[in-house]
Design a protein around this ligand. Structure first.
Ligand code: PGA
Length: 247
């Protein structure tokens, strides 16, 4: 992936009815003014992917799934194969801390999804992040390395990393710019050792009030936005900060 772009990704999580999702998408579509070097992506729930992908076919707004199965096919009731996502999205979020923690997804399991998606040409947005306890006990870097290790040997450069400190997700407690800058530098060096110049996004309590400052941090190439992506005006404000920073 090229790191000259800024990615603003809205993770809608398990929110919005089909109608509400369509309304939000229409609102974004009507009011989003495309900006050079800015990739805007929205991640609705699975059942909305088809309608949204039909409507956004020629739009600069791109679509991401929120997860996929770690197997491509078979008897896995209730799972959604990456194969079934083909044609419906350009990106797929994997390894979100809510998946790793609530659904006990292992690093190996997330890595399997990563390679399946890469093989199919869907760009993985690979999430990593430490808990407060891991940070407090000096295990910040080793936690991130353990999460990244299973995918670092990929030769395919088509992927994005999203650094999301678990304690900052949905809590309103944002990491300081210094904390974020030092992790992004650490990750960027780690990826560079494997010849990857991967975009590294930040996520965790991002909102319009802090997005401008965040987007000025070195080695930070975009934002993964949860709660604040559910309101069109707020999400459009966040997208606009990229423009403001570049004027
Ligand atoms: P938040 O979620 O912006 O609501 O903190 C971010 C995420 O989980 O991706």
């Amino acid at each position: 992936m090229i790191t000259t772009k800024t990615y603003i990704v809205g993770n809608w999580k398990m929110n919005l009815s089909h109608q509400e999702a369509m309304d939000l998408m229409h609102n974004l579509q009507a009011n989003y003014q495309p900006q050079p070097n800015c990739e805007v992506v929205i991640a609705p729930q699975f059942p909305m992917l088809f309608s949204l992908s039909q409507t956004l076919k020629t739009s600069p707004i791109k679509i991401s799934a929120q997860n996929c199965a770690s197997e491509l096919t078979g008897a896995y009731t209730g799972e959604v194969s990456a194969n079934a996502l083909l044609g419906l999205c350009d990106y797929c979020i994997i390894g979100h801390s809510e998946r790793r923690n609530i659904f006990q997804e292992s690093p190996q399991n997330v890595a399997k999804k990563f390679f399946l998606l890469q093989d199919l040409g869907i760009i993985p947005i690979f999430c990593i992040g430490e808990s407060l306890q891991q940070r407090a006990s000096g295990m910040l870097e080793s936690t991130l390395i353990a999460q990244l290790e299973p995918i670092l040997h990929t030769k395919n450069t088509n992927f994005i990393i999203a650094y999301e400190p678990v304690w900052a997700i949905g809590t309103g407690k944002i990491a300081t710019s210094e904390q974020i800058a030092s992790i992004h530098l650490f990750l960027s060096n780690l990826l560079a050792k494997k010849q990857h110049s991967t975009p590294i996004l930040y996520g965790g309590s991002v909102k319009a009030a802090n997005s401008q400052e965040l987007l000025q941090i070195n080695n930070l190439h975009g934002l993964l936005v949860g709660g604040a992506s559910l309101k069109a005006t707020e999400f459009l404000e966040i997208i606009k900060t990229h423009k403001n920073n570049n004027e």
